[in-house]
Design a protein around this ligand. Sequence first.
Ligand code: GTP
Ligand code: PEP
Length: 206
Amino acid sequence: MTPVVAVVPLRDGVSGKSRLAAHLTPAQRRGLVTELARHVLGTLAAYPFDEIVVVTADPLFAAEVLGDVLPPVTVLAEPPGRPGLNAALDAARASVREATWGARLLVAHADLPLLTVDDVEALLRAEADVVVATDRHGTGTNLLRLHADDEYAFRFGAGSRAAHEAEAARQGLRAVVVDRPGTAADLDTLDDWADLPAPTREHLAG
Ligand SMILES: Nc1nc2c(ncn2[C@@H]2O[C@H](COP(=O)(O)OP(=O)(O)OP(=O)(O)O)[C@@H](O)[C@H]2O)c(=O)[nH]1
Ligand SMILES: C=C(OP(=O)(O)O)C(=O)O
């Protein structure tokens, strides 16, 4: 059976959600990042992944987020010097490659408040080498499925949907784009907040 590993990039509890900094206190941002990450990790933990790797700039914050509620998760410190999201994912992939041959990776952002296990299953079922779960604007990437051993450059950032599709083409890999309510909703801006169902906003507001 092909091993399947989830990778969750998690920024520290201070610099994350900077696009909401004008609207939230630092404590509120930390709380929001924590709640969002707990939802994503709890959803991933409901699927039989062989491993869940949280790659982070702040392992202590990751341990705080994880608590003792979730099955064992591997917390991996990203390279020092704040190399950024793509470099952090490179480090996580290298760690998976070292430990597990032939794994499939599902990279899942930690800020997806509507993600469900059905969404995870749909992404893992999709018939392609690369699966790009785009955001509600159709331009970003909220989740990305790929083979850990394939040559493939992570291209997260502005316009990453097109960049991830282009990278698949460059590597001769077949890519499909998935757009589901649970995978498309991420929380970066006030508009994203307004777009969430009221019960989700109430839950996140605590
Ligand atoms: N390990 C790690 N994760 C990151 C880094 N930058 C972003 N992430 C994570 O990548 C996912 C997408 O993050 P973004 O929405 O781009 O960034 P954010 O920090 O959540 O929000 P902004 O500060 O507004 O960009 C989230 O799970 C973040 O926690 C990074 O430099 N290192
Ligand atoms: C990093 C990305 O998303 P955002 O920063 O908008 O969450 C992306 O879509 O590649």
